[in-house]
Design a protein around this ligand. Sequence first.
Ligand SMILES: CC(C)C(=O)C(=O)O
Length: 287
Amino acid sequence: MSEVKIIECPRDAMQGIKDFIPTEKKVDYIQSLLRVGFDTIDFGSFVSPRAIPQMVDTAEVLEKLDLSVTKSKLLAIVANVRGANDASRFKEIDYLGYPFSISENFQMRNTHKTISESIEVLKEILEIADKSNKEVVAYLSMGFGNPYGDPWDVEIVGEWTEKLSSMGVRILSLSDTVGSSSPEVITYLFSNLIPEYPQIEFGAHLHTTPDSWHEKVDAAYKAGCKRFDGAIMGYGGCPMAKDKLTGNMPTERLLSYFNVNQVETNLQAMSFESAYNESIKIFNNYH
Ligand SMILES: CC(C)C(=O)C(=O)O
């Protein structure tokens, strides 16, 4: 039995790559991840192809995956009601991931909506998920700090957690979209929010520079977080934050942390190695 959930995010790794990665290559890469035993694969997004052209073939990728080899669940990111409706048609998708930024500036940049408009969107997405037998994973983007000039403090994060909880969100991933978190803030937030909201599964969607991955994971794990997002080699980052683009938490670092600390992840080492090689093929060839 795994003691932590690891969510692999090929979507976040690929979404900012300019060269179009052919659908078959995406399928091979995601298919290799499906064999590893990750709790969830954040495999694609149903968003405007004008905003994120790389993800235009998410539906086609999904149709080509062989899901008989896996117990991993599938998560697709949606940024509006249209995307949620598109994703909800696929019974293979378990989770609709909704990025909700507590930075007005970033929310506008990411979805062309204000925070209060985005809350209305989230209400509708929760209803769509409910009707289509899916669960919403809400991401509190800029959850650990805000470099875009909007007010940010831990009380604001607490107020938004309360609001999302009252709306029925049951999985809330604090998201460090631009890698601005510090171990102190990570510790403070998880160790206060987790006991206060026992009905919520909290996750850490961390972005990081190579020198600070360990202190971030260590802070989150020791503060009680059991759900971690990562991407092999730390590829990717949010294209809407191009001025502050910071890579994802490298999955191999997460795994080494859990290995050293004897935390069971139940991942298949050999399959992870093949997936690692598959992802290197992609990221060496497409930029
Ligand atoms: C959609 C979310 C999870 C994201 O990729 C980010 O905030 O970095």
